[in-house]
Design a protein around this ligand. Structure first.
Ligand SMILES: Nc1ncnc2c1ncn2[C@@H]1O[C@H](COP(=O)(O)OP(=O)(O)O)[C@@H](O)[C@H]1O
Ligand SMILES: O=C(O)C1=C[C@@H](OP(=O)(O)O)[C@@H](O)[C@H](O)C1
Ligand SMILES: [Mg+2]
Length: 165
């Protein structure tokens, strides 16, 4: 088995939102590795970062991805999933879509909450650094890139469904 489609991209691009919509349209379940990690750890990602540190979160994330790639859902990953070279290699055989987003739009969408611990402090600066460093990695794993600025989640989901045939 293999996921119907796997969404990768920076925080605020809309991975979790678009994956849920896609799943609804395609009549298959939605799976989000961040949700799986939180369920397994019994606490939110922000607490995992504070209590156990980022390396521990990345280890949980890697395990969640290995398990999810065995499934057949619409899959949304966390923004940093592609930092792991083994994950990038594993994604090679999958239907991976990169949801592209500008810095300004991503910053607007994530807001100032504590749910994304890597963005704490100056959200815009953190996001810019992270997007610059990761852009080549998203592009490397993606079979399709979809622009999300000034488009509704419904429009984006429709474009992806069209490409899936
Ligand atoms: N195309 C879009 N236009 C406007 N807002 C969006 C769009 N896609 C997602 N959002 C909003 O942006 C925020 C982040 O979306 P989310 O799906 O959590 O992103 P990710 O999982 O990539 O971090 C949510 O509040 C969501 O409703
Ligand atoms: O970019 C990252 O490294 C992260 C993105 C988050 O997911 P979203 O991209 O869904 O916000 C979440 O996995 C964690 O806070 C780390
Ligand atoms: Mg998400």
């Amino acid at each position: 088995m293999s996921p119907v489609v796997v969404l990768v991209a920076p925080p605020g691009s809309g991975k979790s939102t678009i994956a849920a919509l896609l799943a609804e349209r395609l009549g298959v379940p939605h799976r989000d590795t961040d949700t799986d990690i939180e369920a397994g750890a019994g606490k939110p990602i922000s607490d995992i970062f504070v209590d156990d540190g980022e390396p521990h979160f990345r280890a949980l994330e890697r395990a969640a991805i290995v398990a999810a790639l065995e499934g057949s859902e619409v899959l949304s990953l966390g923004g940093g999933a592609i930092l792991d070279p083994d994950t990038r290699a594993d994604l090679a055989g999958h239907n991976v879509v990169f949801l592209d987003v500008s810095l300004g739009e991503a910053a607007k969408r994530v807001g100032l909450g504590v749910a994304r611990p890597l963005l704490l402090g100056n959200v815009r600066t953190q996001l810019r650094n992270l997007m610059e460093a990761r852009r080549p990695l998203y592009a490397e794993v993606a079979k399709l890139t979809v622009q999300t600025d000034e488009r509704t989640p419904d429009e984006i989901a429709a474009e992806i469904v069209e490409h899936l045939g």
